[in-house]
Design a protein around this ligand. Structure first.
Ligand code: DAH
Length: 340
């Protein structure tokens, strides 16, 4: 039996030496120490021995068992390290290798670009920015701005109503009311934002578009301050050669009111399809704030006066970049946007 034991030991050690994988090891372990394993069986055979023989054999068998277990542990470690090494080599990444393809760069939306240019020019003249909600009270969007109840702009066809009192703002002018109610004059504000009107989308209309409202309130501002402010930021965006012209107009919230045209940048003022042959393109409305609006917000119109303007940011972007379809500015097609 001792001989048999020695044979089991040397055979097992030999198999362990040749083992390559953890599953090889598991097999060897089962066939040695398992229920029907060689070592288990020979230990079972001890029952047939005499008491002395059993004591003697038992000692030796225990030593062999311990030796083999030790070898198993070593062998497991060796195989695991080898496996780890193999994976390190196989999955190695050479961080010094150049990338396969460059990551596409993002682009700034033309509306954002133009907005930032206008804003920066205004900030240079002492303006700060202000913000108002897109979902607005009818009261702020119309009534407080001196829009009488029967004004055509209140027509259900132009305005997205949410209920009797709440709507999607049709212009950024309600932010004037919010500013006047929350800030302490004098101040100069640039207020950008999305506005909404019920409109079928086509090359020149979109149910959502972007405006920038300007509001200057002080003790002594007038129409010519407004003209200077407006032509300064238009020049900042389009260069010194661009011309602006102020046409008398009507807005309930300003008196006097004007519409601002700039010389057409597409044809340089000669007349083209975009400016409909006139050489001029309308980009904003403006005026001296109606005393009713100032009084509505709790200020004495004899002490305070103000001027305001509302510029169509997408109009300006169209002119600056020669975009002939307004929808492109709101669809976010990457093929369009990546040109900027
Ligand atoms: N809110 C006007 C519009 O959407 C534009 C406008 C005109 C704004 C005159 C003003 C202004 O602040 O003074 O058409």
């Amino acid at each position: 039996m001792l001989e048999q034991l020695n044979q089991i030991k040397s055979e097992t050690l030999e198999r362990l030496k040749n083992a390559e994988t953890e599953s090889n090891l598991e097999e060897i372990y089962a066939s040695t120490f398992g229920k029907n394993g060689t070592l288990t069986q020979i230990m079972r055979g001890m029952a047939k021995l005499t008491k002395e023989e059993r004591a003697e054999f038992g000692k030796t068998a225990n030593v062999v068992k311990q030796e083999l277990e030790g070898s198993f542990a070593e062998c497991t470690l060796r195989i695991r390290e080898k496996e780890q090494q193999r994976r390190f080599e196989e999955e190695a990444v050479d961080v010094t290798e150049p990338g396969k393809r460059s990551v596409p760069m993002g682009h700034i939306h033309p509306l954002t670009k133009v907005y930032r240019e206008i804003r920066d020019a205004l900030v240079g003249m002492g303006f700060t920015t202000f913000d108002g909600p897109e979902v607005e009270y009818d009261d702020y969007n119309f009534t407080m701005l001196n829009l009488p109840l029967d004004h055509p702009a209140r027509d259900m066809q132009d305005t997205f109503y949410i209920n009797d009192k709440v709507l999607l703002r049709t212009h950024t002018s309600p932010c004037e009311i919010r500013a006047l109610k929350t800030l302490k004059p004098p101040f100069r504000l640039a207020i950008p934002g999305r506005v909404f009107r019920v409109d079928e989308a086509d090359a020149t209309h979109s149910p959502v578009f972007m405006q920038l409202e300007g509001l200057v309130i002080d003790r002594n501002v007038n129409f010519s301050d407004m003209m200077g402010t407006i032509s300064t930021f238009v020049k900042a965006v389009f260069g010194d050669d661009v011309k602006t012209r102020f046409r008398p107009s009507y807005f309930p919230f300003t008196e006097p009111s004007a519409e601002v045209d700039m010389s057409c940048t597409i044809c340089g003022g000669k007349g083209c399809r975009v400016c409909k042959g006139t050489g001029w393109i309308e980009i904003m409305g403006c005026g001296v704030t109606n005393p009713h609006e100032i009084a509505n917000c709790g200020y004495d119109p004899n002490e305070w006066n103000a001027f305001a303007f509302g510029v169509g940011v997408d109009r300006v972007a169209s002119l600056k970049y020669g975009i002939t379809d307004i929808r492109l500015q709101y669809e976010n097609d990457a093929r369009f946007l990546k040109q900027f």
